[in-house]
Design a protein around this ligand. Structure first.
Ligand code: C2E
Ligand code: MG
Ligand code: MG
Length: 592
């Protein structure tokens, strides 16, 4: 018969009636309780386990009433803690015994339980019995584990997230500190990955395709890493890989090459074949690192560098990168302010016809009128303007200014063949949804005849969205605008592209013209571009003509138009206006 006093000592003078009521109440509570009950006679050694106690552990039948029935089932990893807590309570050091641990059930699985109990002492203060409950807390523990898992994993790919990466990196750094290897040996490496042009993919194909792509990349990365490594998704299209046990730089670069190759393999999602590449920044784990954040920061910086080196490559972090990145960030900031303050001017370089021996138009070339540095050339800021999107406001501004100026010149200096203006159009601008609307608006506002405007586009600009590009080029053409392939010969030019894209002029890149006198290869390229142009009924402009030999060669090959320092450098508006006002002085017939 069970008797459990909720007090700390037994009082023999209890009245029989009171005892009976108490026992009844207690029996009811035991049977009705969701928790299992145990009652341990510390002197005799027997333990009473209630029916519910057995049920929680999956038993229908009675188990031996010994303490080992219970303690033998406790998970090995939890035994020491359990014993410590129990002993503390029996020694009178805690008012309650309360402990969570894992216990083995009949089916040999472990479940989480909470045991609570209280010891009862006799008059001498000796513990004579201890009784309490056991509660199945597995559902709560599962929920807790899920919460912890969610807090440490990315919900889309199931990969570890930034938090877990930081944690694992912390352990890797600690291992270095504890190891006695030589200074500067590489112990681990972090690869910071960012997909190239991921935004283009989600913008054109939608977010669900983007999500599938991220999952595919996640599993590719999982396949090529070893069990001790960590692949994490840091957010968006950023991943990180911790190679936890590396011995040499070549091991790391070899792995990075593999990642580049794997990621560059086209994948098919629904009906789309998607080609993507990644840019990778690498930080090498040596004793110089004291925190995970430093490692991630440096690999991120190196990734940023890989992007600016043309993407689809890796860069290893070095200290100098820091100052270069700071410089780059300063440039971005200054450029942003310059766009707001409109600190730009356009220079105009004449384009000359060798057949009519006259100037037929200008190419508009932007310059940044920097308050301290003076005129800064586009090669120093156009790519940054592209990356930051600043090229868009800058591009609209250039287009408007150049058209306005061309119209002004046409009005002031009428000629048989109206003067044309060529404007460079960057990829971001060409692909901008407002491109056509703004182009029409600018032509309308400036009243420049569309046939006087030539848009210079490089072929690489069109490759990403070939189908849409063809449609857009057709629209431009229908508007009457001229289309020039800039830097022809340096990109992916192929005959099929030329036909597909429907250009009217090829501009031979300066690098070929530059070398044509000394280098037979370049000369042959120039010759074939001119032949190709004729075949496709396209106009040809040779860029970068600097001397008479080049000019003579080009004339011989039948090149119709030229542009270069031999005729004129790009000119500011006033000088260009003066040139138009006195063409005789300019035309330098000796040159032609
Ligand atoms: P590009 O369109 O191929 O322009 C021709 C470049 O060659 C210009 O450089 C011009 O000054 C230079 N050049 C012309 N003749 C000669 C020559 O005889 N010898 C040498 N060494 N160079 C010559 P610039 O003005 O520095 O422009 C560089 C590039 O920047 C341009 O190449 C173009 O791609 C880009 N760019 C210029 N203005 C704009 C713009 O408004 N928008 C965009 N998106 N890009 C621009
Ligand atoms: Mg150009
Ligand atoms: Mg060019």
């Amino acid at each position: 018969m069970l008797t459990l006093a909720i007090r700390y000592s037994i009082e023999p003078q209890h009245a029989d009636e009171a005892l009976r009521l108490s026992e009844e109440r207690y029996a009811l509570a035991v049977n009705g309780a969701n928790d299992g009950i145990w009652d341990w006679d510390l002197r005799g050694g027997d333990v009473y386990y209630s029916e519910r106690w057995h049920k929680i552990l999956g038993f229908d039948d009675q188990l031996p009433a010994t303490i080992n029935t219970w303690t033998d089932r406790i998970h090995d990893d939890d035994k020491a803690d359990f014993n410590r807590e129990l002993e503390a309570h029996l020694a009178g050091n805690s008012s309650h015994f309360s402990h969570e641990y894992r216990i083995r059930t009949k089916s040999s699985e472990f479940i989480w339980v909470l045991s609570r109990g209280i010891a009862v002492t006799d008059h001498d203060g000796q513990c004579v019995r201890m009784a309490g409950s056991i509660t199945d807390i597995s559902p709560r523990k599962r929920a807790e584990e899920q919460l912890i898992h969610d807090a440490l994993h990315d919900h889309l790919t199931g990969l570890p997230n930034r938090n877990l990466m930081i944690d694992r990196l912390g352990h890797a750094i600690e291992r270095i500190r504890d190891s006695d290897r030589e200074m500067h040996t590489i112990e681990f490496a972090v690869l910071f990955l960012d997909l190239d042009r991921f935004k283009n993919i989600t913008d054109s194909l939608g977010h669900s395709i983007g999500d599938v792509l991220l999952n595919l990349i996640a599993s590719k990365l999982g396949e090529i890493t070893r069990p001790g490594d960590t692949v994490a998704r840091l957010g968006g299209d950023e991943f990180a890989i911790l190679l936890s046990d590396v011995n040499s730089l070549s091991e790391v670069t070899h792995f990075a090459d593999r990642v580049l190759a794997e990621c560059a393999m086209p994948v098919k999602i629904k009906s789309h074949e998607i080609c993507t590449t990644v840019s990778i920044g690498i930080a090498l784990g040596t004793e110089q690192y004291t925190s995970s954040h430093e490692v991630l920061r440096d690999s991120d910086l190196a990734m940023y560098w890989a992007k600016s080196e043309g993407k689809d490559c890796y860069q290893i972090f070095d200290r100098e990168m820091h100052s270069r990145v700071v410089k780059q960030q300063r440039l971005e900031l200054e450029l942003r302010q310059a766009v707001e303050k409109k600190e730009f001017v356009i220079n105009y370089q004449p384009i000359v016809s060798l057949t009519s021996k006259s100037m037929v138009g200008f190419e508009a070339l932007i310059r940044w009128n920097h308050p301290l540095r003076g005129l800064v050339g586009p090669n120093e800021f156009i790519s940054t303007a592209e990356e930051t999107g600043l090229i868009v406001p800058l591009g609209w501004w250039t287009l408007l200014e150049a058209c306005k100026q061309a119209k002004q010149w046409q009005q002031d200096f009428s000629s048989e063949q109206p003067l044309s203006i060529s404007v460079n159009i960057s990829g971001k601008l060409f692909n901008h949804p407002d491109m056509m609307t703004n182009l029409r608006r600018i032509l309308r506002e400036t009243r420049l005849p569309p046939s006087s405007l030539r848009l210079e586009i490089t072929e690489s600009v069109l490759l990403d969205h070939a189908e849409e590009s063809v449609a857009k080029l057709d629209e431009m053409r229908n508007l009457g605008v001229g289309l020039h392939v800039d830097d022809f010969g340096t990109g992916y030019s192929s005959l099929s592209y030329l036909q597909k894209f429907n250009y009217d002029t090829l501009k031979i890149d300066r690098s070929f013209v530059n070398q044509m006198v000394n280098n037979n290869g370049s000369s042959a390229i120039v010759q074939s571009i001119i032949a190709l142009g004729k075949l496709l009924h396209m106009n040809i402009i040779a860029e970068g003509v600097e001397n008479r030999e080049q000019l003579e060669r080009l004339k011989k090959l039948g090149c119709p138009q030229v542009q270069g320092y031999l005729f004129s450098k790009p000119l500011d508006t006033n000088t260009a206006t003066r040139l138009l006002a006195s063409p005789i002085q300019y035309s330098s017939t000796y040159v032609m």
